[in-house]
Design a protein around this ligand. Structure first.
Ligand code: PHE
Length: 457
């Protein structure tokens, strides 16, 4: 096959790709979402299912996505169309790309609002407002903050502007360099926080909550949420990693690269959990406090530890950066599509995409603030209104369905020869293991969890 080249250029090295993909994977999902859903779904058993999903479903799908992206070398819509044609299959496979673009818009719309909370907390922490706060004060501070729609709107707008700035310049330029420093920085600060939790938190209780599985707490929706989160946290199922894969050099090893990305992502999430839960239990907080969990717990730590203002502000700054490097990957497929197919300039495409996402973000602003209204969806009462619906729809359905389609395409629709050629890992055990997982285990697992989650099993 003639080798295609991405019109957007290529990562300068394999390390650059690893950094960018890890930048996409590590974000609010690890530090904000993982702890709060783990708290809501009862801890250990949920964590175990999530880890199993990362290994048995996430990793294989990640390799498949990168492989497809690198072979197609375009945005996910075109990539899927081209590869389907090459394999003599229907162009309908490009629907994977379309649903991914839609999911990207929807996810970024709420992601940006939450990232806005993190920006606000940089300033709250730096102003010294958190000094010496106890659980109650931290909770009421957060409560009054999220109930103010204008504040949420302002910070959401700021985050969208930041995101648009980087996207407009092209993903490779500034970001590659920034992520190289910020990721290790975030990691180091998590270790500082871990030190606090070990010495001041209910560390053993926290660890037990996280790692001691109690399967009686595992509801069917917990299973679906854990699987959905494996996709969300690894940025899978919507074309973000496929898009980044399209900028990957031909000679980089997809298998090893995926292992590194998934490993780092999981490590950050588990660290975040080990930081948060000891604080939760030491302060008599509720693990199931919902999306506000980290904003109700971390301020207590920063309010008490030496140099808390410094560490606290820095932590939220790094969290914003982590969210930033994820946010750009959420809409990169849409922007690349506009540039490749609509002949738009990158800047114009960025402005368009940012405006649409910003407007969609109003839904989430309304869900949390005083503008909120009660809501029930599929018979479930949704505490945070449309935000919960958006989250459920994208994370629990769109991403896993996208992942299912990707796994099926890579191992049933594509010719095995093309797959072997692109993955270039030979025909050894590693390849055959991946092929088997992706062809049978991943799809069956996905279908099982879906049917189970929908109450059909
Ligand atoms: N993986 C990101 C996080 O954990 C979120 C994300 C999802 C990014 C899907 C891109 C695509 O924060």
């Amino acid at each position: 096959m003639q080798q295609r080249v991405s019109i957007h250029g290529q990562w300068s090295s394999r390390l650059a790709f690893i950094l960018a993909a890890t930048g996409s994977a590590v974000g609010l999902g690890n530090i904000w979402k993982f702890p709060y859903i783990t708290g809501e779904y009862g801890g250990g058993a949920f964590v175990l299912v999530y880890l199993a999903c990362v290994v048995a479903i996430g990793l294989p799908v990640m390799m498949a996505e990168i492989m497809l992206g690198r072979r197609g070398r375009q945005n996910p819509i075109n990539t899927m169309g081209t590869l389907a044609e090459e394999a003599g299959r229907s162009r309908f496979w490009s629907l994977i790309g379309w649903s991914g673009v839609l999911a990207g818009f929807l996810i970024l719309s709420y992601y940006s609002v939450i990232a806005g909370w993190a920006i606000a907390y940089v300033f709250k922490t730096a102003s010294g407002a958190l000094i010496g706060v106890d659980a109650e004060t931290a909770g009421s501070l957060f409560g009054s903050f999220v109930s103010d729609p204008w504040q949420l709107l302002a910070w959401h707008s700021l985050f969208m502007v930041l995101t648009a700035l980087v996207i407009a310049r092209g993903v490779q330029s500034g970001l590659e360099r920034a992520v190289r420093w910020l990721m290790p920085g975030l990691f180091a600060l998590l270790l500082v926080l871990l030190g606090y939790s070990i010495s001041n938190g209910a560390f053993v209780e926290g660890l037990e909550f996280l790692f001691k599985p109690d399967f009686s707490k595992l509801s069917t929706s917990a299973l679906l949420t854990a699987m959905g989160h494996a996709f969300f946290t690894l940025s899978l199922g919507m074309g973000a990693i496929m898009m980044y894969g399209s900028y990957l050099a031909q000679d980089a090893s997809i298998g090893k690269t995926s292992l590194i990305i998934a490993g780092l992502d999981t490590l950050v999430a588990l660290l975040a959990g080990m930081v948060i839960f000891p604080i939760v239990f030491a302060n008599g907080l509720e693990p199931a406090a919902g999306p506000g969990l980290i904003f109700k717990t971390l301020p207590i730590a920063f309010g008490q530890m030496p140099m808390g203002i410094f560490f606290g502000s820095l932590f939220f700054v790094l969290l914003v950066f982590a969210a930033w490097s994820s946010a750009i990957s959420l809409v990169e497929p849409a922007v690349a599509w506009l540039v490749e197919n609509r002949d738009m300039s990158r800047i114009k495409a960025t402005v368009l995409v940012a405006l649409v996402t910003w407007a969609l973000g109003l839904i989430t602003v309304m869900s949390f603030s005083d503008w909120a209204f009660g809501f029930s969806f599929l018979g479930v009462q949704k505490e945070n209104g449309l935000f919960d619906v958006l989250d459920l729809l994208t994370t629990n359905f769109m991403l896993p369905l996208g992942g299912l389609a990707i796994a099926l395409f890579a191992t049933w629709a594509m010719q095995r020869k093309a797959v072997t050629e692109e993955l270039a890992m030979g025909e050894g055990l590693a390849f055959r293991g991946w092929y088997f997982l992706t062809r049978y285990v991943t799809p069956l697992g996905l279908v099982f969890v879906f049917l189970n989650g929908l109450g059909l099993l």
